[in-house]
Design a protein around this ligand. Structure first.
Ligand code: PLP
Length: 449
């Protein structure tokens, strides 16, 4: 029964990204089932999932074709590894399918179980590439503050989350520059001037470290967990120019942006950028099975394939047949239903315009978003942008209020974040906005704004 489950959960289960003592004391809710874009807990509450799980269930929770594909695969070949000159049919077919839906520069895939491992893999690939080119001194990686690239030591080092760096020792060869966060850092600049100025921090960092030492720059097309930071139009062309001119590999982390979130298959397409490596995970299986990986462009693959010797890297479950079967079924649904285009044309404008109208709310300092994700920044004073101190508290209040009243959204700093499933119905977008508005009203009332 629910009470026993909750007691066992509190007693034995250490939850990720959770205040462990608070959880052990108060516990949480048991999510027991899900349908379409709604999740249900064991107390019978229904919640609209405004976050697509953790930005992964882009097609919602009712996709029987994925369940059937996984079940069939488990019956046929539940597991075999891809080491020792072995492969399996779903891994082969998914690699080919991913090559088909990504840019023509990508003809190879390296599979992992998660986005974190995929970003570790990026570092291994980048270092191996420059070693093979006879440039072993090229080891430094530049990332951005406030970025989230995963939770392994290497991925957490790439990330720029303050709290994570306080708890983990960052790798010495990873460095950070600012993210293109106009609201926070733009000052008196116009967005376009700010976009160029903040992109040039990359060039300054390369000069500081030495061009012959810098291997790669990693970034999400739109920083997701960092607060849905939509860059000014001028940002990506400048970054691309710098990477091209300075012989720096460009890694696009598409773990959140990939598979339709920005309105195209990948955020790189939306911005016309040309990464050398592309991280994917999450929505590749619609969140139904763990799977991640790296799309490797010909520039690197040609060098890796031409070299003798083993690439000493891999995971027991790299190319797991059941995960890859889930990936294949997911890609087939995306292609057959045209869900990305439908969401981009029928849902995203509805989501973004209704959110934009919330800019008039007394507690809202900025609304930003693109495609099917967005952030609403909370302030005490719209004119001065004074925050609702202490940092994050009001947004946590707003999140908890929303969660308790039927809407799953999350919070990053002082921003409320949402990323609803691409299969939402238009009136469900309206429902999300109505629930969020009530949560903002309740927060404003609580903090006397
Ligand atoms: N990269 C980005 C941009 C992410 O948002 C995440 C997870 O949220 C990761 C990497 C890590 O992925 P995983 O949690 O699958 O390890």
């Amino acid at each position: 029964d629910t009470a026993t489950l909750k007691a066992l959960d509190r007693a034995h289960h250490l939850h990720p990204f959770t205040d462990l003592s608070g959880y052990a004391r108060d516990g949480g809710r048991i999510i027991s089932r899900a349908e379409h874009i709604y999740i249900y807990d064991s107390d019978g509450n229904r919640m609209l999932d405004g976050m697509s799980g953790l930005w992964c269930c882009n097609l919602g929770y009712s996709q029987p074709a994925i369940v059937e594909a996984v079940t069939r695969q488990l019956g046929e070949l539940p597991y075999y590894n891809n080491f020792f000159r072995c492969s399996n049919q779903p891994a082969v077919e998914l690699a080919a399918a991913l090559v088909k839906v990504t840019s023509e520069r990508f003809n190879h895939v390296f599979f992992t179980n998660s986005g974190s491992e995929a970003n570790d893999t990026n570092i291994r690939l980048v270092h191996r590439y420059f070693d093979l080119l006879g440039k072993p001194q090229k080891k430094q990686i530049i990332s951005r503050r406030n970025a989230y690239h995963g939770s392994t030591i290497a991925a957490a080092s790439l990330g720029g989350m303050k709290a994570m760096h306080e708890q983990a020792i960052g790798l010495s060869y990873v460095h950070h520059i600012n993210q293109p966060h106009c609201f926070e850092l733009g000052g008196e600049h116009s967005p376009e001037d700010f976009g160029v100025a903040v992109a040039r921090e990359l060039e300054e960092k390369i000069d500081e470290l030495g061009e012959d030492k810098v291997a790669a720059f990693i970034a999400e097309p739109v920083q997701g967990a960092g607060g849905v930071i939509v860059p000014p139009e001028s940002y990506w062309p400048e970054i691309q120019r710098i990477c091209d001119e300075r012989d720096i590999l460009f890694i696009a982390d598409e773990v959140i942006c990939g598979f339709g979130r920005t309105g195209r298959w990948f955020g790189s397409e939306t911005y016309g950028i040309r990464p050398d490596l592309m991280t994917f995970a999450k929505a590749v299986t619609n969140g139904y099975m763990p799977l991640g990986g790296v799309m490797v462009s010909d520039k690197l693959a040609d060098v890796l394939l031409a070299s003798g010797g083993e690439f000493a890297h891999g995971l027991t479950y790299s190319g797991h047949p059941a995960s890859c079967a889930a990936g294949l079924a997911t890609l087939a649904i995306i292609e057959e239903t045209g869900v990305i285009e439908r969401a981009a044309t029928a849902l995203a404008p509805r989501l973004q315009s209704q959110l934009a109208a919330l800019a008039d709310h007394p507690i809202v300092g900025q609304v930003r978003g693109l495609g099917m994700f967005a952030a609403v920044e909370l302030v005490r004073d719209k004119a001065t942008r004074e925050r609702l101190a202490p940092e994050s508290e009001a947004a946590v209040y707003c999140r908890d209020w929303a969660n308790a009243h039927g809407l799953m959204v999350r919070q990053t700093g002082d921003a409320m974040i949402m990323a609803p499933p691409l299969v939402s119905h238009p009136e469900e977008i309206d429902e999300l906005i109505a629930l969020l508005t009530r949560a903002l009203d309740a927060t404003a009332a609580h903090y006397g704004v």
